[in-house]
Design a binder for this molecule. Structure first.
Ligand code: BES
Ligand code: ZN
Length: 663
């Protein structure tokens, strides 16, 4: 982690972020199927109009999997009606104002009016819309905003003609907008301020008016005007040098869903890693990042050898400040990543394999709705494992697989093994799609594919996957359609085999089907032995840890008894200095032990971690564990008060909910 990064240093931003807490509180939203009460551009309408804009109502819970093609799957998290009219290209012209914390400018959307309708419905949330024009920008459009839903935002209803080609929206984002984190120089750990966006799952609409559904794809171009001496980068063709005038032009010639729209602006530098890949980061971080991520070209080669050519031109990685709420985000051409992967020994680079794998699973073949999220993440976790195996060998992969299996055990424990949230296919209508992003989609999804691989053989399975990516590239995919395709193309329509493999249970039932394969790692045998003897009373100094890698340590910590008594905690920390670990995975896993064991001597380390790292995957379990006892909750709240202003809204929403934060 970047030692100079301080997440809690900026009172001004603290106030702004605290002020926005109201708009980021979790809510139980209405589905967009309901007719929104209308608010016109000039103010609230006196009487709610009938709603020609409302999409068809969503069935609350499909009794059984609906067998439909993806185009007709209604996204419960979007107001848009792409079946009628689709946005096929976006042209952005935005000015970045670091003083006002606003992006201001125009989004021009090129419309393909499939059914000759007279309304285009866009998703927006918290945008200040000034004006909407059609085509050449000289024709004023009639437009109105639907009722505001805290999660889904407001439908922007623009009247168009069947021949309208362009809809131009002049707008600004608000300072508290959910997708964007505006970092002060102190927060960024830089002499300059920095901003980044995070659009997945449904936050693109908080910085761009768009059809914010993963089932809709568009190409885009953008002009971004920044203060001089800063660099702008996007999920598009990127500069490698700062421009003299602060103006940057971007082009994304491949059609992508809105959740892959991304922008970052800051004092960034570029270092090449190979001919086709490189890394962007702050000058103070970029050398370290380039060293850590040096194997990226090998991973690209391994991925291409498995499932076909990389379709996006370059593959670069942007290493962001520690408030970045995710480990990584697969923004096309430019993965966004947390600096917590810079462990100094390249031991956490499976994250790069993961985000790179999304260039096929997710970015080429995209989940049709967030209910099908496992098609993005389960496939990607499987593919990640294959890349890691190809580059670092089978024993390395085996360790990752065992650790992933442990994560799944934990997820089942947390959710309850019969919870519908342990299905691969989810029903998230009326809920925040973020609630479906836990380990189940990743680890149960990957285990499903590994089980299929083990059953049909690797060669056949690889051929199947390669054809799947080729066949559905630049399209979306839903669970029902995938199951159908799988039965037909991998199992040759053999229903008995499909039954044997419990295909439907994997996708549509909670828990784990009985045919799930069990990963095993030889390398972990000595670790299991060490856990046994240490738990049995042997001192830590007697554990032989020579040759242990990050993954050995993680397995050790995860399989120790919980809670561990104080004397053992003290012995471990004194012997291995776990509280001072510079490895974010080891440190966060140790800190879980600290909270579970109420091991007070390590509380300062816990506080340091929670106030310097904003990665939700770490924050969520730690705050959740703290919230289990009154003293823990009190400490959690005290730390959170200090840390919250430095977290991205995505992490704020999660921790607000855990701690019952009201600001
Ligand atoms: N696409 C996800 C991140 C994401 C998921 C953002 C859901 C918003 C909603 C990304 O590919 C991912 O899975 N990141 C992981 C790292 C990975 C190595 C498992 C993360 O952030 O921890
Ligand atoms: Zn992912």
């Amino acid at each position: 982690m970047n030692a100079t990064t301080k997440l809690y240093a900026a009172p001004a931003l603290a106030l702004l972020l605290a002020a926005c807490s109201g708009s980021t509180q979790p809510v139980t939203p209405k589905t967009p199927g309901k007719a929104p009460a209308k608010v016109t551009a000039k103010g609230p309408a006196t009487s709610p109009m009938p709603a020609p804009t409302s999409p068809p109502a969503i069935p609350a819970k499909p009794a059984e999997p609906v067998k439909v093609v993806s185009e007709s799957v209604q996204d419960p998290h979007s107001y848009a009606r792409p079946q009628e009219a689709t946005v096929e290209h976006l042209k952005l012209d935005l000015t970045v104002d670091f003083q006002a914390h606003r992006l201001t400018g125009r989004a021009s959307l090129r419309v393909k009016n499939k059914l000759g309708v007279d309304h285009l419905i866009l998703d927006t949330r918290g945008l200040d819309i000034q004006r909407v024009t059609l085509d050449d920008g000289k024709t004023e459009a009639k437009w109105s905003l639907g009722a505001a839903d805290k999660l889904l935002g407001q439908a922007l209803d623009v009247q168009i003609a069947p021949g309208t080609a362009w809809v131009n929206v002049d707008y600004s984002t608000r300072p508290e907008t959910a997708a964007i984190q505006w970092l002060t120089p102190a927060q960024a750990g830089s002499p300059s301020p920095l901003l980044f966006t995070q659009s997945e799952s449904i936050l693109a609409r908080t910085w761009i008016p768009c059809q914010d559904s993963p089932g809709v794809r568009m190409t885009y171009e953008a002009t971004i005007r920044t203060p001089p001496a800063l660099m702008a980068v996007m999920s598009a063709e990127n500069p490698t040098k700062k421009s003299a005038d602060g103006v940057y032009r971007f082009r994304m010639p491949n059609a992508i869903p809105s959740y892959l729209l991304a922008l970052a602006v800051g004092d960034l530098e570029f270092r090449p890693l190979g001919t086709n890949s490189g890394v962007y980061a702050l000058p103070s971080v970029v050398e370290r990042a380039a060293w850590e991520l040096a194997d990226t070209p090998k991973m690209i080669a391994a991925a291409e050898a498995l499932y076909g050519p990389y379709k996006w031109g370059r593959y670069d990685i942007l290493v962001l400040p520690a408030s970045y709420p995710y480990g990584g985000m697969e923004n096309p051409r430019l993965t966004f990543a947390t600096p917590t992967i810079l462990a100094g020994d390249r031991s956490l680079v499976s994250l790069v394999a993961h985000e790179l794998a999304h260039s096929w699973s997710g970015n080429l073949v995209t989940n049709a709705t967030w209910n099908d999220f496992w098609l993005n993440e389960g496939f990607t976790t499987y593919f990640e494992g294959r890349i890691m195996e190809a580059v670092y060998g089978r024993p390395y992969f085996d360790m990752l697989a065992v650790l992933g299996r442990q994560d799944l055990v934990d997820a089942f424990q947390e959710l309850g093994a019969t919870s519908p949230d342990t299905q691969l296919y989810l029903n998230l209508a009326g809920r925040d799609p973020d609630e479906g992003t836990g380990d189940v989609a990743y680890e149960k999804g990957a285990l499903f594919l590994r089980t299929l691989e083990a059953s049909v053989g690797r060669e056949k399975f690889d051929r199947f996957l390669r054809t799947y990516f080729d066949t559905f590239q630049f399209q979306s995919m839903d669970s029902a359609r995938f199951v159908q395709y799988l039965k037909q193309n991998l199992l040759g329509g053999d229903e008995a085999q499909a039954k044997n493999l419990q295909i439907d249970a994997w996708v549509y039932s909670p828990g784990l089907p009985t045919n799930a394969i069990e990963p095993h790692s030889e390398a972990f045998a000595p670790v299991d032995q060490a856990v046994k003897s240490f738990a049995g009373g042997a001192p830590a100094a007697q554990i032989s840890t020579t040759g242990w890698t990050t993954h050995h340590w993680l397995h050790f910590l995860e399989t120790l008894p919980t809670p561990l008594d104080r004397a053992k905690m003290a012995d471990l920390d004194a012997t291995f200095h776990l509280s001072d670990s510079g490895n974010s995975e080891i440190l966060s896993t140790w800190l879980m032990k600290v909270v579970q064991g109420k091991y007070e001597p390590a509380y300062p380390a816990l506080e340091r971690f929670l106030t310097t790292v904003g990665r939700r995957k770490y924050l969520k379990p730690l705050y959740t564990e703290l919230a289990k006892t009154p003293e823990g909750a009190e400490m959690g709240l005290r730390i959170y008060e200090k840390a919250r202003p430095g977290y991205h809204s995505v992490s704020q929403v999660t921790v607000d909910q855990i701690l019952g934060w009201r600001g």
